[in-house]
Design a protein around this ligand. Structure first.
Ligand SMILES: Cc1cc2nc3c(=O)[nH]c(=O)nc-3n(C[C@H](O)[C@H](O)[C@H](O)COP(=O)(O)OP(=O)(O)OC[C@H]3O[C@@H](n4cnc5c(N)ncnc54)[C@H](O)[C@@H]3O)c2cc1C
Length: 327
């Protein structure tokens, strides 16, 4: 690192300490993506900042942006593959932003850091239906909104009435209808921090909802690896293909294929799992690219990543009107 780069980092670090001190938000150094993501791989992070209220989170990103400091939001890290190099930006970790779940009739308001599986149980107990299929998706509500998480015919976007986002240091509410909710992709722009949402659900008998949740859980347990370190499906299903990605990879005989610390799950071929204390993101990426090349060669299909690839070199400061998400 050059002397001027070092000085820049020192100035940035002082600015972060000042921001964290004035807002009373926890800011930590020395964390690694390997600790914060479900794949358990990925390099060091300069700073992890963990706001615990929607107002504090909005104020934090406003201050960081005013100081020209790049940041990225992270929920539970169950859909992120961060590379092994040092990541010189702030990770805004939303796991502490749990808030309180508030019910008003068939509506439920929840903060971004709240656990999605927990929310599914809460609403089922209240006799509210619409997200029981999502009960087995690990992660936070914020991550689910960002990705438009879905399973077994349900997607979170379908039931999202409003989303709270950070704007100019304040909590702003936008209609869910203004968001494009696509297959594991939304129209939220890079640099948008999601703070919470209000979902509008349907009344139903709690026992019937519970039974549907159990059915979804049983299906998941029968078809996916559990207990392993994965990020769920690595690739999206190709839109116009009758055969799903997992089946295609399975039929190419790739289940169990290993590259270093990364393995194609023997249970579900669209899951890459990592093994060992020193597992590396580069192994998972090499394996993923090998799969993509073979699928391209044998089926003529360009597989799109469902997992988000976080490069240490990626620019992360300003919202970019033209950018989509990688993968
Ligand atoms: C075993 C397993 C099974 C899975 N099954 C499914 C499934 O059936 N269906 C499905 O859709 N997914 C599935 N996934 C993927 C993953 O659980 C979902 O994408 C989940 O919604 C991600 O939530 P998260 O909090 O972990 O987000 P993260 O992985 O932390 O983040 C994902 C993306 O969301 C962004 N983000 C997170 N929070 C915020 C916020 N507050 N504001 C702005 N951006 C934010 C991040 O920047 C990142 O771009 C599975 C994963 C695993 C490990």
């Amino acid at each position: 690192m050059s002397k001027s780069e070092m000085q820049n980092f020192e100035a940035r670090d002082r600015a972060i300490e000042t921001i964290a001190g004035s807002l009373g938000v926890r800011a930590e150094r020395g964390k690694r993506f390997a600790e914060l993501t479900s794949l358990r791989v990925g390099g060091s992070i300069d700073w992890v900042i963990s706001p615990d209220s929607e107002e504090q989170a909005a104020a934090t990103v406003f201050s960081l942006e005013n100081a020209g400091i790049g940041w990225r939001a992270l929920g539970s890290g169950s859909n992120v593959l961060a590379d092994d190099d040092p990541h010189h930006y702030v990770v805004l970790s939303l796991g502490e932003l749990k808030g309180e779940v508030k019910f008003t009739g068939t509506r439920v308001s929840v903060s971004a850091g709240y656990s999605l599986p927990r929310l599914c149980i809460d609403v089922a107990r209240q006799g509210l239906s619409g997200i029981e299929g999502l009960g087995g998706i690990p992660g936070t509500v914020g991550g689910a909104l960002w990705m438009n998480a879905g399973a077994y015919g349900q997607e979170i976007g379908t039931v999202t009435e409003t989303v709270r986002v950070a704007q100019e240091g304040q909590v702003q509410e936008i209609p869910g209808g203004d968001v494009q909710w696509n297959y594991r992709h939304t129209s939220f722009k890079e640099g948008t921090l999601l703070l919470g949402a209000t979902l509008c659900l349907q009344p139903d008998h709690p026992e019937k909802i519970r039974q549907r949740m159990e059915k979804a859980k049983a299906r998941r347990l029968a078809t996916q690896p559990h207990g392993g370190r994965s990020a769920g499906c690595f690739f999206k299903n190709p839109p116009s293909n009758a055969v799903g990605t997992g089946k295609m990879i399975d039929e190419m005989g790739m289940k169990g294929t290993r590259r270093g610390s990364a393995v194609v799950s023997p249970v579900h071929a669209n899951f890459i799992v990592t093994e060992g204390e020193d597992a590396r993101a580069e192994d998972a990426l090499a394996l993923a690219e090998e799969i993509r090349e073979r699928v391209k060669r044998e089926h003529g299909i360009d597989l799109e990543y469902e997992v988000e690839l976080w490069r240490s070199s990626a620019p992360v400061t300003e919202p970019d009107e033209s950018s989509g998400k990688e993968g």
